[in-house]
Design a protein around this ligand. Structure first.
Ligand code: PLP
Length: 319
């Protein structure tokens, strides 16, 4: 499956402070490599789905928020492989009519809503055992798809980045569960580093990445950079303006939750002289544009109809 993929676009990012410090900043856009699983989710899901099929499973089960890119990809990609899907969704059943979950159901996903307290149990074996009794034929995939197979898949992403971007010092990615970062780290060369831009405040992120990397031969290094800008999925006028300016200057639409915060923080780091001069940096556009469909009202409230027109034109240009 990875063999058949088109090569991703490479977009140079021009910015006065980038040029004045002799930094090379490029973006590797993997957002539209596959029509059904956007960005990093393809790299994480594909090996899991292959494993499920090889083991004879006919149903996939995983966990996510009500606007989750992972749930979206699981529903669409799973259906394309002939598998039934179950989404354990954090929140109220009212969310079932939002654009993400509506489409997931159109692709056959069965939704199972749980309150926040129950959702917090998603890594606990006793809760997983209980779910396994309810869904005895399901292949379980953790939240965000992040497990050892996903790390293998995202190792391929590091290889793809190295092949496509040439000689780079640093690979940058936005982190949610950290599975994608772990995969990139597993594929780094000895003199390379990865930067993980954490878009949510989660004390367990570093230990989870450590755990995912257990057993891999790590040659490069990595560090986390807080980039939540007030909290996960917090979206304000400043972020919208940043996204619109980025779209105008590069032609690339960022997503509202992950890549926009990574890019904003990256430019701030460069402006603050936190990035070594002469570095060559590749940022990965991990996709997630589907999340915009649930944000129309917010965008209009913050930036007016014209802002929404530019965003929605960007979504369609990318699909
Ligand atoms: C899920 C997602 C991430 C985070 O990936 P993790 O492996 O969970 O850290 C980053 N960017 C986008 C667009 C995503 O959808």
């Amino acid at each position: 499956m990875f063999m058949k993929m088109p090569l991703p676009d490479v977009i140079p990012v021009q910015h006065p402070s980038v040029e004045s410090r002799n930094i090379s900043l490029t973006m590797l856009d993997i957002s539209n490599l596959h029509p059904l699983a956007s960005g990093n989710k393809l790299f994480k899901l594909a090996p899991n789905v292959d494993d499920a099929i090889n083991k004879g499973f006919t149903q996939l089960l995983s966990f996510g928020g009500a606007f989750s890119n992972h749930i979206h990809a699981l529903a669409l990609y799973g259906a394309s492989k002939g598998l039934a899907t179950v989404g354990i969704i954090r929140g109220e059943p009212e969310y079932a009519s939002n654009p993400t979950l509506q489409l997931a159901q159109d692709y056959g996903m069965q939704l199972h809503f749980v309150d926040r307290k129950t959702y917090r149990l998603r890594y606990q074996q006793s809760y997983l055992d209980e779910l396994a009794r309810q869904y005895p034929t399901a292949y379980f995939i953790p939240e965000g798809g992040s497990n050892a197979l996903a790390v293998e898949g995202c190792k391929r992403l590091a290889e793809l980045a190295n092949r496509t971007l040439g000689d780079i010092d640093t690979l940058a990615v936005a982190c949610g569960t950290g599975g994608t970062l772990a995969g990139l780290v597993s594929g780094l060369k000895a003199n390379q580093q990865a930067l993980g831009f954490a878009v949510l405040r989660d004390d367990s992120l570093a230990s989870r990445v450590d755990e995912l990397l257990a057993g891999f031969d790590i040659r490069g290094s990595y560090q986390f950079i807080p980039a939540d800008y007030g909290g996960y999925a917090k979206f304000d006028k400043a972020l919208l303006d940043f996204i619109l300016l980025w779209l105008q200057q590069t032609g690339v639409l960022l997503d509202p939750i992950y890549t926009s915060k990574m890019c904003r923080k990256m430019l701030e780091l460069i402006e603050d002289n936190q990035i070594e001069e002469g570095q060559s940096i590749g940022m990965i556009h991990t996709g997630g544009l589907q999340a915009w469909h649930g944000m129309r009202d917010k965008v209009v409230a913050l930036g007016g109809e014209s802002a929404w027109l530019r965003i929605s034109a960007g979504i369609h240009a990318c699909q």
